[in-house]
Design a protein around this ligand. Structure first.
Ligand code: GLC
Length: 755
């Protein structure tokens, strides 16, 4: 009998598996080639005007009886529509496109599903504070299902602009100031929309926006000028877009702003060089509303014909809302100024996305309609709202409130407003689903135990006529919860603000209530970091709720009464004054860094001080350089202790992995979630590097007295950075590692990267 050692007996199985793997890879390659060929066949059959039709995204007329509109679809002059969510109307448009046009190419149906569709989740700046990629992905998937059920198959999100300026209204849509966290959470949202890749089971095709550096508008004024050097683009603003392209996002939307003298919608460096050539983006680029035509306003195009020429050459594929392409591309081809192949390539990209999305097979099929409220969706919305809220202050453990308190005074313009708590960009939000703090608190305590008074008609109101009633109700209560902030309209697109304190008479209301010497909890619902210095001292506790969405009420009540423990951590720095902006954690050291002893007070400066008697460092004489609340900050109802930070190796090769370990213990008497943050600093490099950069984080749910040992494993390559031309570099030398509960409270160790 032939003896075959055990290891040899597996050989035939391994060979067969290898054969199978190769066969699958070949099949996938064949399928992909077939797929490409089928698209090329479609494009080759299209006339020039039909190709241009695929590059045309128009606003829905809002009804299915507009014969001129239907005829444009029939002629193949429209490839996509936006802002239609009536399934019956969408069905008519799709049927005409598929059954009555010459080539039967289905339509893309786009909609802004920014932080929910009917069920609204916290604004993205709030979701980010959860530091919970899985939950954000689930919320995006729910949003995608709800939108898909209405016939929408494409959304204009995730928005991954890096935002450092709270004056900018669109900071509400962002994930904050950090490139790594924005990349991780942007990919989570992408997966929620598209799944792990774009395929026929994807609920929505997604769209990374706004490319690029829209968050760096001068003065925080929306649509304003952006000047960002390539080095900062590569290392701050590009990383989230690189990651979304790497994860197969279907489309990218250009930004309204110019970038270094060239509008993003006509910017060859951005679109053709960086996105399509360097990053090998396979999807299509869509303009933001009329941004192709707005090149005339920018002054880089004399007219719509030139705007079309510039944008198409720059690599912009699909035009939203304006008609420069449909009006002038045929003429530009005829004049020989544009190669028809460029138009075919743009059309090919659009048809490729439609094909990957399975539209040729499934047409206008969609998920069956939901009956709202969908309890599972509402439950996720509540969980994400709980995890997004950030506890900024909790003097003498004012929170959680005891539910033995007989009466709670619930005061303020944001305490019971089904619309305002949803925040910006909620085109399809259903206010009938909203549960406000007042409704939730009555449900939890019983109506007789809640003394509610709006006190101000709106957050901007200066009418203090109901303050007396508010104070009477408060005096008859055991504690006061005042809910203030910004109405929805005060943040979002085109809604930048120069003063960032609480609008209207809200600060006065808080001061008045503080005179009653009752426990005073301030809850802020806003679309941006506000400046709280005028009320901070009057509040015993401050809970930042952002615009918490449909389930903001139940989430807030669970936190106020200890059914849940606050776990949110800021992903945006809170300034102490507008004059500090921009202020962010991952800033450069400069040649004259500020340090603790430089935080002098204006009034402490001796009269006739000699000119050089004060520190010559980069700080403000009147407010210092520290923020009100730093990146990563957020309190809990318990406390965590960090200990035993150690490195596995202190000398690291360029291809090695850095392993850093530590213990975290919940030393309080309540369960809690701690978000352990790992930062790094490249102490010396060929370019200036930030004083610290987020490298990784871990969410730890710990029972009272529970201690865990965690380790971070970071490949050495993660300590590199991009040069101006986009090449990645990794330079040997010493690095600091900082671990802690926020960017200002860290434990430090260091290692050396050796060549
Ligand atoms: C808007 C926004 C963009 C949005 C688009 C379609 O102006 O800038 O984010 O997706 O138009 O609504």
């Amino acid at each position: 009998m032939l003896f075959i050692p055990n290891s040899m007996r597996l050989l035939p199985i391994l060979l067969f598996l290898l054969f199978l793997l190769n066969a699958c890879a070949d099949a996938a390659l064949e399928k992909s080639k077939a797929h490409e060929n089928s698209i090329n066949e479609i494009i080759d059959e299209l006339s020039l005007s039909e190709c241009i039709g695929q590059l045309t995204l128009v606003n829905s007329p809002g009804n299915q009886y507009d014969e001129a509109f239907l005829d444009e679809i029939r002629k193949g002059h429209i490839g996509a529509i936006l802002n239609e969510t009536n399934p019956e109307i969408i069905d008519v448009f799709q049927q005409v496109a598929i059954n009555e046009s010459k080539h039967g190419i289905p339509l893309l149906v786009g909609r802004d599903v920014i932080h929910g569709f009917k069920t609204i989740f916290p604004i993205n700046l709030g979701q980010a504070a959860s530091w919970n990629p899985e939950l954000i992905e689930l919320a995006a998937q729910i949003s995608a299902k709800e939108a898909n059920a209405s016939g929408v198959n494409w959304t204009f999100g995730p928005m991954v602009d890096i935002a450092r300026d709270p004056r900018w209204g669109r900071i509400a849509e962002s994930f904050g100031e950090d490139p790594l966290l924005t990349s991780i959470l942007g990919v989570s949202m992408l997966k929620g929309f598209q799944g792990d890749s774009l395929h026929s089971k994807s609920y929505l095709a997604a769209c990374a926006k706004h490319f690029a550096a829209y968050g760096a508008v001068e003065g925080g004024r929306d649509y304003n000028t952006v000047s960002v050097p390539e080095f900062e683009l590569q290392n701050v603003h590009f990383p989230p877009f690189r990651q979304l392209v790497k994860h197969g996002i279907a489309s990218v939307m250009t930004a309204f702003n110019e970038l270094n003298g060239v509008p993003a919608s006509g910017n060859h460096y951005l679109l053709r060089q960086s996105l399509k050539e360097n990053w090998q983006f396979q999807g299509f680029v869509v303009s933001d509303w009329a941004s192709i035509k707005e090149q005339i306003q920018h002054g880089t195009a004399e007219n719509e014909k030139q705007a079309a020429l510039i944008s198409l050459n720059a690599g912009l594929d699909m035009e939203m809302a304006s008609s420069c392409y449909s009006d002038y591309l045929p003429l530009l081809v005829k004049e020989g100024k544009i190669d028809e192949e460029q138009i075919k390539d743009a059309a090919r990209r659009v048809v490729w996305v439609k094909s990957k999305l399975g539209l040729f097979e499934k047409g206008s099929s969609r998920l069956s309609a939901f009956t709202y409220p969908v309890q599972e969706h509402m439950s996720v919305a509540k969980d994400l709202a709980i995890q997004s809220m950030v506890l900024l202050k909790n003097e003498d453990n004012t929170l959680p409130l005891s539910n033995r308190l007989q009466k709670i005074a619930l005061i303020g313009p944001m305490a019971h407003d089904v619309y305002e708590q949803l925040g910006t960009w909620i085109f399809d939000g259903d206010t009938s689903l909203t549960i406000t703090p007042y409704s939730a608190m009555k449900e939890y305590l019983g109506a007789h135990r809640v003394n509610y008074e709006k006190a101000l008609p709106t957050t901007r109101s200066l009418d203090q006529s109901r303050f007396d009633i508010a104070k009477i109700l408060a005096k008859a209560s055991d504690a006061i919860v005042v809910i203030v902030g910004e109405e929805s309209i005060l943040s979002g697109e085109a809604h930048s603000r120069a003063y960032l304190g609480l609008p209207g008479a809200q600060e006065a209301l808080i001061r008045e209530l503080s005179r009653l010497n009752l426990p005073l909890v301030v809850v802020v619902m806003a679309g941006r970091p506000l400046i709280l210095k005028n009320i901070e001292a009057y509040a015993d506790a401050i809970l930042y709720a952002w615009h918490p969405g449909t389930m903001g009420g139940p989430a807030l009540v669970d936190l106020l009464f200890g059914q849940a423990s606050p776990q949110g951590k800021l992903t945006i720095t809170f300034p102490r004054a507008e004059g500090q902006i921009p202020i962010y954690y991952n800033h450069k050291n400069t040649g004259r860094p500020v340090n603790e002893k430089h935080h002098i007070q204006l009034e402490d400066i001796p009269v006739r001080s000699f000119q050089t008697s004060l520190p010559n460092t980069n700080h403000y004489l009147d407010i210092g350089s520290l923020p009100a609340y730093p990146f990563g900050f957020g309190l809990s109802y318990t406390r965590f202790e960090y200990d035993k930070i150690s490195l596995r190796d202190s000398l690291i090769g360029m291809a090695d992995t850095v392993v850093v370990m530590l213990s975290v213990k919940n030393v309080g008497d309540r369960a809690g979630v701690e978000i352990v943050q790992l930062y790094a600093k490249d102490t010396h490099a060929s370019r200036t590097r930030p004083v610290m950069e987020l490298l990784d984080f871990k969410r730890l749910a710990l029972e009272p007295q529970e201690q865990v040992y965690v380790n971070f494993q970071i490949p050495a390559t993660e300590f590199g950075f991009y040069l101006e031309d986009g090449r990645r570099t990794l330079e040997p030398g010493s690095f600091k590692l900082m671990l802690g509960t926020n960017s200002s409270d860290v434990h430090t160790t260091s290692f050396t990267l050796i060549p």
